[in-house]
Design a binder for this molecule. Structure first.
Ligand code: MN
Length: 307
């Protein structure tokens, strides 16, 4: 099996919180930097080619235009910058790790990765780890928070300003999408997910089938159709016992060993091309426990072994 052991990575930090309304999410990138990620990557033989801090506007004095899509224009700007940085990293043979920040920025990272493969007439696959569906649109969302919508946007549903980043949609086909770890899904989202071709696995499925078999099924399904797979990992997929530092914790998540097993499995599969680590919120964390785990997850995804 090919091992995903990139020699060059690009760290893209996105200190955004207004996709979710939990201000601590903007501190996620700083908490990750405090884990010494850069040095630890170097110890692992990985060169950090660039560290990019995406410019995120201060929204405290911006009036919300549309309560159904809060901070739409600001999020579009951030996602455009994230898309460019992600695509650029891939063009330069660097593995992009995009660190948030609330999950809304994934609209941008997926757009960038998708466009890289599109230019080569290839397709991108997506594995989305999350307690939530992130499949809302302005029609179904109760909060208007865009961090509950990024998967829907990447699949082409919802407001064109978000679905058409980089000028096309959808970024991903639903049959090339896998959703893992679900346990807190809105009723309308349930209908959308069930009626789509997305392969979705709840926590109950993980209990019944086991995470390894789910990953094996997932990569087997995607392998035929796609050249690269983007991983969008919302830290709230992990149980708050191990990852309290997230904006919207939900009991009953995967445990610490399962989270590391996911990354070690994916590291052995050659098509992983880019990684989001989203929703780190140090204001809810305990002594940067979740930040340290996030760091370990990144290192493991990039080939760190226990022995
Ligand atoms: Mn999410």
């Amino acid at each position: 099996m090919i091992i995903t052991k990139p020699t060059n990575v690009s760290l893209i930090f996105v200190p955004i919180h207004f996709g979710g309304g939990h201000s601590g999410a903007s501190l996620g990138p700083a908490a990750l930097k405090a884990t010494n990620l850069h040095k630890l990557l170097n110890f692992q033989g990985i060169n950090v080619s660039q560290e990019i801090d995406i410019n995120v506007p201060n929204v405290s004095d911006i009036e919300i235009q549309d309560p159904k899509l809060r901070y739409l224009d600001q999020i579009v700007d951030v996602c455009n910058a994230v898309a460019t940085a992600t695509q650029d990293a891939l063009e330069h043979n660097c593995f992009p790790v995009i660190i948030g920040g609330d999950h809304s920025y994934a609209i941008g990272s997926i757009a960038g990765a998708s466009n890289f493969f599109r230019k080569r007439k290839q397709e991108l696959g997506l594995i989305w780890f999350d307690a939530h569906g992130d499949m809302n649109t302005q029609e179904t969302s109760l909060s208007g928070n865009i961090h509950g919508m990024p998967l829907a946007k990447s699949l082409g549903y919802g407001n064109p300003k978000l679905t058409n980043i980089l000028g096309y949609n959808p970024k991903i086909k639903s049959e090339n999408t896998v959703l893992i770890g679900l346990r807190d899904v809105d009723d309308l989202e349930k209908k959308v997910i069930k009626s789509s071709e997305i392969a979705s696995y709840t926590m109950s499925d993980i209990d019944h089938i086991g995470i390894n078999d789910i990953l094996a099924k997932s990569v087997k399904q995607l392998n035929h159709n796609v050249e690269g797979i983007h991983i969008s990992f919302d830290l709230d997929v992990i149980d708050p016992q191990y990852a309290p530092g997230v904006s919207t914790p939900v009991e009953g998540g995967i445990n610490l060993r399962e989270s590391l097993q996911i990354m070690s499995y994916l590291a052995q599969y050659g098509k992983i091309c880019s990684l989001d680590i989203a929703e780190l919120n140090p204001l809810n964390d305990i002594k940067n426990k979740t930040g340290e785990l996030a760091c370990n997850l990144i290192l493991t995804c990039l080939g760190k072994n226990m022995l």
